[in-house]
Design a protein around this ligand. Structure first.
Ligand code: 5GP
Ligand code: MG
Length: 180
């Protein structure tokens, strides 16, 4: 425990702040889709699992949960081309779909995913993203955003570095020497 903490520069977003923001996002989504019948939330594994779990438990509209797993060809902290490792179980044709992602850095992943899922002709397709690195992402606007964060490597609340640090209830910034 102590050793893990030593890798943090600081806690960027604490547990209470995350939970309040998730409550707001769930309320906003519930209000905007209240006449939609139902929605499908597509979580991107593994990073979105905690955000997804907290978000869906506060939705007040009918919803379904599905997951995809993607892999980047890049190195552990650099973005590359995207590959689908696990696809959706269900068809999203004619459905109201929201992609649930942990983080947007360059925007490559979410742009690829958005384009790919759109070819399946959902009734609507939006994005709900926990964190976005300020001023970096190009292209696609985010419909529901948790937090703007600085351009540093963050872990916790689903986010990892080589599968470590994923299960903290807060988001922390790693010391640069840990990931560089
Ligand atoms: P993109 O550059 O395509 O927007 O982001 C690619 C992926 O890199 C994200 O989905 C996420 O898995 C990972 N990523 C980018 N920045 C960070 C970060 O600061 N922390 C963690 N844990 N993952 C990140
Ligand atoms: Mg990810």
């Amino acid at each position: 425990m102590v050793k893990l903490y030593n890798e943090f520069e600081r806690v960027l977003v604490d547990e209470d702040t995350i939970q309040s923001r998730v409550t707001e996002l769930a309320a906003q989504i519930s209000a905007e889709y209240k006449d939609a019948g139902s929605i499908v939330l597509v979580g991107i594994l593994k990073g979105s699992f905690m955000f997804m779990a907290d978000l869906v438990r506060q939705l007040t509209i009918p919803h379904y949960v599905d997951f995809m797993s993607l892999s980047s060809y890049g190195t552990s902290t650099e973005s590359g081309a995207v590959r689908v490792l696990l696809d959706l179980r269900a068809d999203i044709y004619g459905k109201n779909v929201i992609i649930v992602e942990d983080i947007i850095d360059t925007g490559n992943t979410i742009n690829y995913l958005h384009t790919m899922l759109n070819t399946r002709q959902p009734a609507s397709l939006k994005t709900c993203v926990l964190t976005r690195k300020e001023d970096k992402a190009k292209g696609l606007p985010v419909d529901y955003l948790g937090f703007e964060i600085p351009d540093v490597w963050v872990v916790g609340y689903g986010l990892d570095l080589a599968d470590r640090h994923r299960t903290w209830p807060f988001i922390a910034e790693l010391k640069p020497e840990v990931y560089q």
